[in-house]
Design a protein around this ligand. Sequence first.
Ligand SMILES: Cc1cc2nc3c(=O)[nH]c(=O)nc-3n(C[C@H](O)[C@H](O)[C@H](O)COP(=O)(O)OP(=O)(O)OC[C@H]3O[C@@H](n4cnc5c(N)ncnc54)[C@H](O)[C@@H]3O)c2cc1C
Length: 407
Amino acid sequence: MEQKIDLLIIGGGIWGCAIAYYYSTANPGQNVLVLEQNELNNGATSRAAALLTKVRSNQALIPLAKETARIIPVLETALDDSLDIKKVGLAQVATDAASLNALESMYKIADRFDEPYQKWTSDQLLEKTPWLKLDAALEIGYFPEEAYCDPYRLGSFFARAARKNGVAFRQSTRVTELVVKNGRVTAVLTGDDRIRAEQVVLAAGVWSNQLLEQFGAAIPYAPVRSQFWITEPVRGLQQDAPIVLIPSANAYLRPEGNCLLFGIREQQSIAVAPGKLPMQMNDFLYSADKGFSELADVIHLLEPFYPEIYNVGIKSYMAGFSGYSPDACITAGACSGLDNLFVAGGDCGAGIALSGGLGQLMTALLSGSVAGEEIAAFRPDRFGSLDAGAESWLQQCAAARSKKKSG
Ligand SMILES: Cc1cc2nc3c(=O)[nH]c(=O)nc-3n(C[C@H](O)[C@H](O)[C@H](O)COP(=O)(O)OP(=O)(O)OC[C@H]3O[C@@H](n4cnc5c(N)ncnc54)[C@H](O)[C@@H]3O)c2cc1C
C-alpha cells in the first residue's frame, strides 16, 4: 500500500511531537504523519531530569527555551489539562573566582533576554533548602522563572495537541530506509510500507545518523551518556525548593517528590557510535554498577554542600543517551544534497527545555521563512564532512558533556 503525506516526521520523541504540533497549527488541513519505532516519548524524553532552563551561556538557545515556556500554558488551555510545571526558580551558587565570573555573565545574559534574577543571601536559600551547607558560597544568584517538569507528560501534551490538529501517529513503526531520487527523498520504507512524502523531517534522536549513513551524511553529534541519581526521602525537603546549581561541583539538585534528584558530571563522559545503539533501549545496560564508580570519583565535590550525601541512601539511578556536539549546540536545518529532507538533532542534553522553540523553528524552516544568518549556529554542515563513528569525533562530543557546568 502506498500513501502520500505532506510532512512525514521520523521519530516520536518530544522533538518529533513538538514539530508535529507547531507545523499542524501553522498549516491546517495538511497531511502530517509521525512514525515512531517504539511508543511515543519512550526514548531520551522519558529519561530526562527535565530542567526547563532559559538563562543559558549558549545564547543562541535562549529564544528556543523561552518559546517552550510560552507555549506551555497554550497547550494546557488547548487540552484543558495541567502540566503541573514546577516553577521553583534556580539558585546558582558561586564559590570561587571562575564560578563568580560565570554568575556575573549569567546576570548580563538574563538582562539581555529580559529574564529576572535576584541576588540571594545564604540564609534566603537555606530557608528553602535547610539540607544544604553554604559556608563556601561567595554569591548566590536566584533566577525565579526557571522550572522543571515531567518530560514524558510535556512530550505527550505536544502529541495530544498535534492529534487534535489532525496529525496521525503510527507507533511500533520503524523507518528502515530513505528512498532517494534526483536529490529528493521520494519515500521512506518501513517493515511493510512505502510512504511517499513531500517533505521529511528526521527527528529520531540519537538514532538519526543510522538513517543518514546510507548517503555518507551525518548530523554533527554523538550519543553521549547522561545520568542522575535519586536519593531516599530527605527529611525537611520542601516541595517548592529551587533547583540548585553548583558549578564548582559540576552538580545540580532538585526535589523529586520527597526525594532529591541530583546530577554530577563524571570526569570522562561516555560516547558510543550511533550504529551501535539498539532500537529498544529499555533493557540497555548503561552502567553495570548504576554509575556508582563514576559517582565515587566526584562525590567529594558535592559533599561540602550536601554533607548528608554519604548517609541518605540512593533509591534510583537513571541514564540515557543525548546527542552532544563539540560546540554544545543543537542542529536544525536542511540536509545538504537532499532538497526536502530536514534534520533536528544533537539535543546537547537540553531537548526538553528547547522543545517548543525547536518545533517552531523547524516549522519556519519547512516553510522556507528563516534567514540563513538566524540559524547559522545550528547548521548541519557547520563541522564540514565528518565520520560520526570515528573515535576522535566521539571523544570531542563526550568532552562537551564532561565540561558542562550548567543545568
Ligand atoms: C539522563 C538524562 C537527563 C536529561 N536531562 C535533561 C534536562 O534536565 N533538561 C532537558 O531539557 N533535557 C534533558 N535531557 C535531554 C532530553 O531528554 C533530550 O534532549 C530530548 O528528550 C530529546 O528529544 P528527541 O525527541 O530528540 O529524542 P528522543 O526522545 O530519543 O526521541 C527520538 C525518537 O525517535 C524514535 N526513532 C529512532 N529511530 C527511528 C526510526 N528509524 N524509525 C522510527 N522512529 C525512530 C525513537 O524510538 C525515539 O522515540 C536529558 C537526557 C537524559 C538521558
